[in-house]
Each structure stands twice: as structure tokens, then as C-alpha cells.
Write a protein that binds this ligand. Structure first.
Ligand SMILES: Nc1ncnc2c1ncn2[C@@H]1O[C@H](COP(=O)(O)OP(=O)(O)O)[C@@H](O)[C@H]1O
Ligand SMILES: [Mg+2]
Length: 354
């Protein structure tokens, strides 16, 4: 980084005035007029909804979302509603019914592996196709990416991230770690203040999604009312049912051109029933990890056997590839040892270690 740039950033930090998108505002204007440019108004003074839809290519994203994500019914409904709102907003602008763009900051609550990051990525694409944001990328961060170690480091760090996220979605995972009630001099407070300001003043070009466990997020919002008032949509991602997890497994397998033999399918169901009761179960992520392990065992099995292998052999996961998991042989991992450690616990899936 050039010394002059550093100086400028520090200067910003001292003023505590976020000045994030000074270079972005021009582009954002361009984009705006581009979105309005083709007049969709026909002679009878109406707009053809289907042509607006087609132009935006948003339906494909919505359909892909339906197809590729199991369950999440209420999440999918809300995303459709948001898409409709943005489309209507866009058509209103064609009639010069200018309004402030709707606020779209969101919270995604739910346990790990329930699809929050995946949906945030899709959301970024939808927002881009509907011209709400310029670029439609997602920047995913946690507390450590925003908070500095020393005095004066936090504001530049946060602003650098905000700059990167401009024109897209800033996804803050486990957002409640920004706030430490017991420590009033915590630098997280500085991040919160900058975020609140940017969420208010630059909301046409940045969508902030705060993610984390539902109960902790609720506590966070009640201690930081500024956030709740800026968040327009709360989406809840519940734990998946056994049936949904099995459907997710089938999707992941198909995507990788593998399949379960009928016996492997029942073995996997038994696997999930046990795994779901164990500590650090993380829904679809555990399913993905378990499939990775099963592929490894399948490869070893085929390798050990030697001789000829068919295409079917190469594609098929057998029951023994599942049943060799530690989940079937060990007692529940002792969770006691984990309690008392901080949030920075290294997540360790019983499926991923030997
Ligand atoms: N409903 C779903 N259908 C299919 N795959 C899913 C679903 N939800 C999550 N996954 C998969 O599970 C993994 C973890 O999802 P992720 O979005 O990272 O969860 P989170 O952010 O809530 O921890 C990803 O590989 C994702 O593709
Ligand atoms: Mg995630």
C-alpha cells in the first residue's frame, strides 16, 4: 500500500466518517440509468410483466434455488417476495414513480449447515439481476476480519472490507461476536458504529446480512436496537429433518455422479440417525462431510480389491463404505471437554477424523 493511501485511511479513521464508495458513486449512477434505459412502457401505457421478468433473468435463479435447495420453504417464499418487490420497484421507476429503494439488510438465523451462506450467495445474484446492487458478489467475514488488535486498527480494517463489499453483499457470520457487553472498550463497538452508519447511508449499493444462531442473534438485536431497526428481513433457517437430510445427500451424490446402493441408502439413514444425536452435528455440512468420507472408503475398497472395475463400481457407494464410520463404533464423543473453551473452538467432525 502506498504511504499516501495509508495516511488517507488513517485520516478517515480519525474522523470516524466512513467514506467508502467515493469511487463507486459514478458507476452506480451509470448502472442506474442503464436499468431505466429501455422503456418497457407500451402504447396502452402498461408494462408487460413477463418481459421485465425475462429481461432480468431472475426467474432462472429462483428456479435454480427451488431445484437445488431441499426444504427451506419459508426462506424460498421470502426470497420470491423480495424479488417481486424489487421488480415492482423497477417498473414503478419506469413510470417515474420514484421512491427510495427499499431497505434490504437482512438477518439469517439458524444452526450451522442449514444453508445460510448458500442462500446469501443466491441472494447476491438476485439483487444484482434486479439491479439493486452493481456487482452481486458476496464478501463473507467474521469478527476477526473487521476488528483490529490495536487502537486505530479497527476502523481502517472495517472500511477496507466495506469497500470490497460495495456493490454486493456483506455477510457477517456470527455477528453477535462483534458485541461484548462485558468489555465496554472492545473494538467491536467501533465496527458496530461504522456498520450502522453505512447501512443507513449507503444502502442502495450494499446489502448487509447478519448471520448466526437465532437466540444469540435475538440477544444481540435487543442490545443493539440500531441494527434491528435497519434490518428489513429476518429469515430463519431451521434444522433439517431426517428426510430432508437424505434428500440433500441424494442431491450431493448426483452432483458428484455417485449413488448409494439400496443397502448403502439404509446404512446412511442409520448413520444420520446416530449422527444427528451427536455433538457438533451441522446439518447439510455433516452430510457433505460424510459423503466425502464414504468416497474415500469406496476408493480404498476398490483399490484393495484390484482387478477389473466397471463404471457402476466407480459410481456406487456400498453399505460397507458407510458402516465403517466411527459413528457406528464409538460412544458419543465426550462434549464435556469442549465446554468452557471460547468460540474459537476448532470444529471437529467425528466423520472427518480417521
Ligand atoms: N437445503 C439444502 N439443499 C442442498 N444442499 C444444502 C442445503 N443447505 C445446505 N446445503 C449444503 O450444505 C453445505 C453447508 O451449507 P452452508 O450454506 O454453508 O450452511 P451455513 O452457512 O448455514 O452454515 C453446503 O455445501 C450447501 O451446499
Ligand atoms: Mg455459513
Amino acid at each position: 500500500m502506498l504511504p499516501s493511501m495509508r495516511a488517507k485511511e488513517q485520516n478517515n479513521a480519525a474522523n470516524a466518517t466512513p467514506n467508502i464508495s467515493d469511487d463507486a458513486s459514478d458507476i452506480s449512477k451509470e448502472q442506474d440509468s442503464a436499468a431505466n434505459a429501455p422503456s418497457n412502457i407500451s402504447d396502452d401505457g402498461s408494462i408487460d410483466m413477463s418481459s421485465v421478468l425475462q429481461q432480468s433473468q431472475v426467474l432462472e435463479v429462483l428456479e435454480k434455488l427451488d431445484r437445488e435447495l431441499v426444504g427451506l420453504k419459508s426462506v424460498k417464499t421470502r426470497i420470491r417476495e423480495i424479488a417481486a418487490l424489487l421488480l415492482v420497484d423497477r417498473m414503478r421507476r419506469s413510470f417515474s414513480l420514484a421512491t427510495h429503494p427499499p431497505t434490504l439488510h437482512m438477518s439469517f438465523t439458524g444452526p450451522p449447515g442449514t444453508g445460510k451462506t448458500t442462500v446469501a450467495l443466491r441472494m447476491a445474484t438476485i439483487l444484482h439481476r434486479l439491479s439493486y446492487v452493481r456487482k452481486g458478489h458476496l464478501v463473507a467475514v467474521t469478527r476477526d476480519d473487521l476488528v483490529g488488535q490495536y487502537i486505530g486498527h479497527t476502523a481502517p480494517k472495517t472500511k477496507e472490507i466495506l469497500k470490497r463489499a460495495m456493490g454486493g453483499v456483506l455477510f457477517i457470520d456470527e455477528a453477535y461476536y462483534l458485541y461484548r457487553q462485558e468489555n465496554e472498550r472492545d473494538y467491536g463497538q467501533e465496527v458496530i458504529e461504522i456498520l450502522l452508519q453505512v447501512m443507513e447511508t449507503q444502502r442502495e449499493d450494499l446489502v448487509v446480512i447478519l448471520a448466526g444462531y437465532k437466540n444469540r442473534m435475538e440477544t444481540f438485536f435487543s442490545s443493539n436496537p440500531g441494527f434491528s431497526s435497519r434490518i428489513a428481513h429476518h429469515l430463519d433457517f431451521p434444522d433439517y429433518s431426517l428426510e430432508e437430510l437424505l434428500a440433500i445427500a441424494q442431491l450431493i451424490l448426483a452432483e458428484q455422479m455417485y449413488r448409494f446402493s439400496p443397502e448403502a441408502l439404509s446404512a446412511f439413514e442409520a448413520y444420520l440417525q446416530r449422527r444427528m444425536q451427536m455433538p457438533r452435528f451441522s446439518n447439510a455440512r455433516s452430510v457433505r462431510n460424510a459423503i466425502d468420507r464414504a468416497r474415500l472408503r469406496q476408493a480404498n475398497r476398490l483399490f484393495a480389491k484390484g482387478g477389473k472395475v466397471s463404471k457402476t463400481d466407480l459410481m456406487t457407494i456400498e453399505a460397507e463404505d458407510i458402516l465403517a464410520s466411527r459413528v457406528f463404533t464409538e460412544d458419543l464423543p465426550d462434549d464435556e471437554q469442549q465446554s468452557g473453551t471460547s468460540q474459537t473452538t476448532v470444529f471437529h467432525d467425528p466423520d472427518t477424523s480417521a
